[in-house]
Ligand binder design. Structure first.
Ligand code: LMR
Length: 329
């Protein structure tokens, strides 16, 4: 019998959490032979909602669901105990008219205790995916408070941007989204991010060869991806939930699944100086993995345009780091 994988989700009763749990339990993410124990974590006032979610999880009768634990966020160590994956959703979402960085002083402090509790209680192999915004800097705060958890086990979510970029490119080229690959998101999950069309491919060919409207690539394409979160908030009256949950799960799947040859997946990770990005930030990069160990994807072409875009978004990450200086040990 395969040992179960323990997965904690904070903000489990929120819209993103709710859209995440059932797919984690279903076997879709870790395979139909890997039992999953879910650790649902919420703030105390919302704990009763977890009882309802627990009932619904039972009512799905997923053969892969090997247990459900419910924990309040005042006891984070109990919640993260022995977890192999921790998905950090719990945070205040932005409202219309805000940038994600406007949340930094509201959400940042949550991630200090979160990091400490992960270090104290999670499994040695824990992988952490930060979804709550501003996710790059929240990840930086959490990992700084968990110095014994190796840096390569921390990720912040730029996958939603990767998926948005792939969808836009597919639409423009009149090709299915499955034809799009190698989409890197550089820098911050914010309005400065650089969705990299230079190295992206459609049907294995460089995007700029397939989409000859380069003004669109350098203009509307980038701004649409950069502003998509705000556009969803404006239209829906609430920030993205199902697509954010889907991206969090895609991130987990990409971390545990060998990356197809000639492609990459995007996540924000601790920068090691690759591609001239200052070390010590949590920045979006193109990654590949054999399903166990990831590395920064090699050989991405950085032309002058890309360099300017990357430098701009990295400058914003540095600014965010300065804003939370007091939260970094
Ligand atoms: C998104 O990109 O949709 C989420 O990060 C929510 C937001 O604030 O935009």
């Amino acid at each position: 019998m395969t040992a179960p994988i323990h997965v904690a989700v904070t903000g489990a009763a929120g819209q993103i959490g709710y859209a995440t749990l059932f797919r984690l339990a279903s076997g879709e993410i870790f395979g139909s032979h890997r039992p999953v124990v879910l650790h649902l974590i919420e703030v105390p006032p919302v704990m009763s909602a977890l009882d309802g979610i627990h009932m619904e999880l039972d009512d799905c009768a997923f053969p892969t669901l090997a247990g459900v634990q419910k924990h309040d966020s005042d006891h984070l160590e109990d919640g993260f105990r022995d977890c192999n994956f921790v998905i950090l959703v719990g945070s205040i979402p932005r409202k219309q008219g805000m940038e994600r960085a406007d949340l930094i002083r509201i959400n940042g402090p949550i991630f200090t205790n979160t990091g400490k509790a992960i270090q104290a209680a999670a499994a040695k192999d824990v992988r952490v995916v930060v979804v709550g915004n501003p996710c790059n800097t929240n990840c930086l705060i959490a990992m700084s408070h968990a110095p014994d958890v190796p840096r390569n086990q921390w990720f912040a979510m730029t996958r939603l941007d990767q998926n948005r970029a792939a969808a836009q490119l597919a639409h423009k080229a009149g090709r299915p989204v499955a034809a799009v690959s190698n989409v890197a998101i550089w820098g911050n999950h914010s309005a400065t991010q650089f969705p990299d069309f230079v190295n992206a491919k459609i049907d294995g060919k460089p995007v700029p060869e397939v989409i000859t409207d380069h003004a669109w690539l350098k203009g509307d394409f980038i701004s649409t991806v950069q502003q998509r979160g705000a556009a969803v908030i404006k239209a829906r009256g609430a920030s993205s939930a199902a697509s954010a949950a889907n991206a969090a799960l895609d991130t987990v799947k990409s971390i545990v699944t060998p990356t197809p040859a000639g492609s990459c997946f995007s996540a924000a990770v601790w920068s090691d100086g690759s591609y001239g990005i200052e070390p010590g930030l949590v920045t979006g990069l193109p990654l590949t993995t054999d399903g166990h160990n990831w590395r920064v994807a090699a050989g991405f072409k950085i032309d002058e345009f890309s360099r300017t875009q990357i430098d701009k978004t990295v400058a914003e990450l540095k600014q965010e780091r300065d804003t939370v200086k007091d939260l970094l040990p």
